[in-house]
Design a protein around this ligand. Structure first.
Ligand code: GAR
Length: 208
């Protein structure tokens, strides 16, 4: 059974998609042990509690400096003996020590087709604003392993989504979530939970 910790910052619709997939059996061999938010008002925490999942807040604001926050986050995650850390709309820059410790055991969902519209400064609604500003016709979402770079780790799954002429950033964001994010995030977790993902030479191989 894959033990999962989920890091969130906001609404938690990706977390909800994972919870729903666990409940419906779309994800097998996995269990969410804990949901941690850097923001105590994140609705994602409510979603976890509504499903009897332990939910807690570790905020940089409650520590004198970043290194103390980083250590507290690592210590808390270590307590759960996690096999996988899922970043589901997590807007915190993770400490390098955590990334090293959980190499190829941290995954992130990004709202574009990496390597387009990713890297520093590209997150949330801003990604979709940039997509619309460039007149791009196809966008999508990517689930990838987290390495020391920003959105540079091995890509696990991607799904394309059409951009429409009259889209606003909000409309496009909703379509990307519905048609891509909420599908590929649970799918990636199920593949990992069932031992079908390996990383070779920085690239992901999916076993049949
Ligand atoms: C999602 O669209 C996710 O792809 C994005 O934040 C949103 C969180 O929504 N993540 C990033 O931009 C990371 N670079 P949610 O809290 O409803 O899942």
């Amino acid at each position: 059974m894959l033990s999962i910790g989920v890091l969130v910052s906001g609404g938690g619709t990706n977390l909800q998609a994972v919870i729903d997939a666990l409940n419906s059996g779309k994800i097998t061999n996995a269990r969410i042990e804990v949901v941690i938010s850097n923001n105590k008002n994140a609705y994602a925490l409510e979603r976890a509690r509504n499903n009897d999942i332990e939910a807690l807040c570790i905020s940089p604001k409650d520590f004198d400096d970043r290194s103390h926050f980083n250590q507290a986050l690592i210590n808390k995650l270590d307590e759960y003996n996690l096999d996988l850390i899922v970043l589901a709309g997590c807007m915190v820059v993770l400490p390098a020590e955590l990334i090293q410790k959980y190499r190829n055991r941290i995954i992130n969902i990004h709202p574009s087709l990496i390597p387009s519209f990713c890297g520093k400064g590209y997150y949330g609604l801003h990604v979709h604003e940039e997509v619309l500003a460039r007149g791009v016709r196809i966008t999508g979402a990517t689930v990838h392993f987290v390495d020391e770079g920003t959105d540079t780790g091995p890509i696990i799954l991607q799904k394309a989504v059409e951009v429409k002429y009259d889209d606003t950033p909000e409309i496009l964001q909703k379509r990307v979530m519905e048609q891509a994010e909420w599908q590929i995030m649970p799918e990636a977790i199920d593949l990992i939970a069932n031992g079908r993902i390996s990383v070779e030479d920085g690239k992901v191989k999916i076993a049949d």
